[in-house]
Design a binder for this molecule. Sequence first.
Ligand SMILES: [Zn+2]
Ligand SMILES: [Zn+2]
Length: 156
Amino acid sequence: MHHTIVPPLPLSGGCQCGRIRYRLRARPLVFYLCHCSECQRQTSSAFGESLRIRSEGLDIDPGLRCMSRESESGKQRQGWFCPDCGVRIWHGTSGSEEINIKAGTLDDTSWLMPAGHIWASSKQKFMAISADEISYERQPEDNYAALKQRWQHMTG
Ligand SMILES: [Zn+2]
Ligand SMILES: [Zn+2]
């Protein structure tokens, strides 16, 4: 298992053009990669990076715009982005107290190490997941408990 050290809080980040800046005042609950086709399309890349925190831990400049979409499970999923450069800053699900920061927007990404992978069933063929990593074929049914526990061990 890989280990990493979460830098001292707050963690800072922002969009590509610099209009939107944010600070994370809460320790991340988990960091994982999502290989679902929605994340692939949204990032125009191979996977999405999710740094999960409790929403009250996010201090962010005003002015974000929201794109809302109904997921397969019928919940509203929201993606918040800079109206000037279009960079997604965070994602959330209606009714949840936890949100996902798009971790590529952090100023310092050097310490990031995923606790695992979700939606491996649709991952790109060139993405290798090693046998000792936590990997879910689809959505975790335990509300991310196993991924969060591994993150605790990785960062403890
Ligand atoms: Zn921007
Ligand atoms: Zn996804």
